[in-house]
Design a protein around this ligand. Structure first.
Ligand code: 3H9
Length: 659
């Protein structure tokens, strides 16, 4: 069979008069210039009488991962993607997409422009553009609602959620799933369509549903947008598919796409996208081979431990939980089963999936049960003596090549490792609560951690579906150190003249889901108070110290759980409390501080600067490998708005006066 070459990334063969077009543009077959010109050339070729129709598929495991994000900083070059797809849709012979893997963004739009779609069982479809701060720009907002209805389209495009092949079939996004012979099924569909009126997606009429239904779907998305522009624009464009002729809808979509593509929000989210890819690459580990992990031990099955256990069960591991008593073990098992039940209710898997996971779980009451574990994660009370004693005992019961991981938040993992006979097999795995939901894990490379142990911890976190960020040993690791700097600066601002709710409102307007003082109230003020008391003896007496938090705790205001903290909570609703304001005013006077109200933009600027300064210290100390790792930690663990790019990115780029 002769191969035709249409560009550097588009080739084709013919079978039974059908042109089989292959998009081969590694790593993800993005629609770079060569793909666009090649598709145009393939369409030119297919006008010949000998060609009956076209099947388009992708090389490798991806169909098409979308537009080439690396081209976004440059002026667009013709042929433009919407024009390629429009020509394809208007083509006089059947064009069928054989979707062999992920069809995302421009890849999904390609499939939408075809006259038929056949998917492999592993295919997925999505328009994730809002996650990049943009909207689909090659017809997605106009074709998807015409194909699957406005409500589904609003939800998919507004959130950027992908759907698997089975859901795509259910909503009408694909015509068939081909369990085995994808190309043969696609050719069969070309044959079935030959000689018939072709179903051109752009010519369909989007089913009208009530405005109330659309608004309800849109409201859900906008409530989560937290000041991000793209989701609202996406919703507006999908709604336009109901009222505007297709051609006008495309013009409006393209205009919006180009405007958003050049926005600060899109630049920030592109930074996040590439930061995530960079985080997985750890220079020192290129030659290290991860060890095989089959069985994971989790010591302590409280809130954190049960979440870790569920994560490991979801990833297919055998899990052995350990508690101190038979009753504790029974309760631990119940807690884990409860989390699995919740996942079933949320539709993540079915009851059979839960039962299968439970069969891989043992919860025991003695450490000896961990004899077979390849990796043991401790999630016990964050106390140095408790942890070192546990590690000493673990050292005795586990195999010589088993890895020991500590989930400590603040203790020194090097000191914990030193309690064992093999500190080189100890690593930190700092999960965030709830561990079965939160995506971030700080993987702590302790001073003596062996490189294959670190590589194993990273591979393990990746298999859990987590975003793993490697960091060195320091109190609080990356996240809590930046968070402490953020909190310290916020507190100093309160002393200097701002009120807690003003700080919170400024950060919420910036995009945090909750301001810092509101978060403290939710978490409880007593934990930090206890830490301050522990550190009192070693604190530098000349360092600036914020006493207002101590005064609140002394007054029994420990946060939401006591009904009062930085705020009051009559009927559970957060309200500004004049007593707190009075206390702040009195403390300022006692310290001789002349208060000054912050000027607009000052709160955000000072807090970003404090975070970025601490970030630079982490970099110079070698605790974090790159600034973008710090951004990812704060976005995924501390609610920093992704569309601001993280503290390091934002401090460089945010115009404080504009926020
Ligand atoms: C769009 O389509 C706009 C249109 O509506 C309008 C146009 C007019 N471009 O994730 P991985 C690189 S916007 C360039 O580890 P996986 C990535 O950087 C786009 N590069 O692989 C990495 O490079 P490196 C909408 C891309 O197998 C390598 O590929 N599409 C792109 O785990 C491997 O990536 C999206 O947002 C790209 N579009 O997952 C989809 N995508 O090795 C974004 C990836 O140098 N992509 N790279 O670090 C994904 O979700 C995943 O990459 C995918 C593969 C699921 C495709």
């Amino acid at each position: 069979m002769d191969t035709l070459t249409f560009s550097d990334s588009i080739s084709a063969t013919t079978r039974d008069g059908v042109l089989l077009v292959l998009i081969d543009n590694p790593p993800v077959n993005a629609t770079s210039l060569g793909v666009r010109t090649g598709l145009m050339a393939a369409l030119d070729y297919a006008t010949q009488d000998t060609v009956r129709g076209i099947v388009i598929t992708g090389a490798g495991k991806t169909f098409v991962g979308g537009a080439d994000i690396r081209e976004f900083g440059k002026p667009p070059e013709a042929p433009f993607l919407p024009d390629v797809y429009l020509r394809l849709e208007q083509f006089g012979k059947p064009v069928v997409a054989a979707v062999n893997g992920a069809a995302l963004g421009g890849g999904c739009e390609l499939a939408l422009a075809c006259h038929g779609r056949v998917a492999s069982p592993t295919a997925s479809f999505g328009l994730p553009e809002v996650k990049l701060g943009i909207v689909p720009g090659a017809g997605g907002t106009q074709r998807l609602p015409r194909l699957v209805g406005v409500t589904t389209a609003v939800e998919m495009i507004g959130t950027g959620r992908s759907v698997k092949a089975s859901e795509a079939l259910r909503v009408g996004l694909v015509d068939r799933i081909a369990p085995e012979e994808l190309t043969a099924e696609a050719i069969a569909l070309v044959e079935a369509l030959t000689g018939k009126d072709l179903r051109r997606t752009g010519e369909l009429v989007a089913t009208r549903i009530s405005d109330a239904d659309i608004d309800a779907a849109a409201a859900k998305i906008l409530a989560k947008a937290r000041g991000q522009t793209a989701p609202g624009e996406a919703v507006r464009l999908v709604k336009a598919a109901l009222t505007l002729p297709f051609a006008d809808g495309l013009v409006e979509e393209r205009r919006t796409f180009l405007r958003l593509r050049d926005s600060q929000e899109a630049a920030a989210l592109r930074h996040v996208f590439f930061a995530e890819r960079a985080a997985g690459k750890v220079e020192a580990l290129e030659k290290a081979t991860p060890r095989t992990i089959e069985c994971v031990g989790v010591v302590g099955t409280g809130l954190m431990g049960s979440g870790i256990a569920v994560s490991a069960l979801n990833a297919g591991y055998r899990v052995i939980g350990v508690e101190q008593s038979v009753e504790g073990a029974a309760k631990g098992r119940e807690r884990i089963a409860g989390l699995l039940d919740k996942a079933v209710q949320a539709g993540r898997f079915d009851a059979a999936g839960r039962d299968e996971r439970l069969r891989r779980l043992t919860v025991a009451s003695d450490l000896g049960a961990l004899h077979d574990a390849d990796l043991v994660i401790e999630a016990v009370f964050d106390d140095f003596d408790v942890k070192t004693d546990l590690f000493r005992r673990l050292d005795e019961v586990v195999q010589a090549d088993a890895i020991l991981a500590t989930n400590t938040s603040y203790l020194d993992p090097d000191a914990i490792a030193a309690a064992t006979r093999r500190p080189e097999r100890v690593v930190g795995l700092h999960f965030f609560s709830p561990a079965n939901i939160m995506r971030l894990v700080e993987v702590v490379n302790c001073t003596r951690t062996q490189s294959d142990v670190l590589a194993t911890a990273l591979a393990f976190a990746k298999r859990l579906g987590k975003l793993a960020i490697v960091c060195g040993v320091t109190e609080g690791f990356i996240g809590n150190r930046i968070f402490s700097a953020y909190r310290r600066e916020a507190e100093f601002m309160v002393e200097d003249g701002a009120l807690p709710h003003e700080v919170d409102q400024a950060m919420e307007a910036f995009g945090f889901p909750m301001g810092l003082f509101a978060v403290s109230d939710m978490a409880g003020l007593d934990i930090a108070w206890a830490r301050r008391k522990r550190q009192a003896a070693t604190r530098d007496p000349n360092a600036r110290y914020f006493e207002i938090a101590d005064r609140l705790c002394e007054a029994g205001r420990l946060g939401q759980k006591t009904g009062q903290g930085w705020y009051a909570y009559p009927d559970g609703k957060r309200t500004i409390d004049p007593d707190v304001t009075a206390l702040i005013v009195a403390e300022r006077a006692r310290k001789g501080i002349a208060p000054r109200s912050p000027v607009p933009g000052e709160i955000v600027k000072r807090l970003l600067t404090a975070m970025a300064d601490e970030g630079r210290s982490l970099l110079s100390e070698g605790i974090a490998a790159r600034a973008s790792d710090i951004d990812l930690v704060m976005i995924n663990g501390y609610g920093f708005p992704a569309h601001r790019g993280g503290p390091m990115f934002a401090a460089e780029t945010t115009n404080a006066a504009a926020v």
